[in-house]
Ligand binder design. Structure first.
Ligand SMILES: [Zn+2]
Length: 92
């Protein structure tokens, strides 16, 4: 399937103990990675817990249209989201 993936964005992976505070980037939603989620870990230094994919509102809008691949600000990896939404954006 051809991807309409967004360009590298502010996608961040953090476990529930290290949710982004939203001060630097306004994260809107968090979804679990595809699969069992155990292979994608929190990026917080020293943390090895399974992480959630945090997206901006722009990336969330693409997720709602079916996009599942997200691109953190590195060329080292891309991440595929699953269907489990942990934090949905507020309607504000
Ligand atoms: Zn963590």
């Amino acid at each position: 399937m051809a991807s309409t993936a967004p360009p590298k964005d502010q996608t961040l992976v953090r476990c529930p103990d290290h949710h982004p505070n939203g001060r630097a980037v306004p994260y809107a939603a968090a979804v679990a990675p595809a699969g069992d989620g155990e292979a994608v870990l929190c990026g917080s230094k020293g943390c090895e817990k399974p992480g959630l994919i945090w997206t901006t509102r722009e990336a969330w809008n693409l997720y709602e249209k079916g996009e599942r691949v997200f691109y953190p600000r590195t060329f080292a990896i891309s991440i595929k989201a699953g269907e489990r939404v942990h934090v949905a954006p507020s309607s504000a």
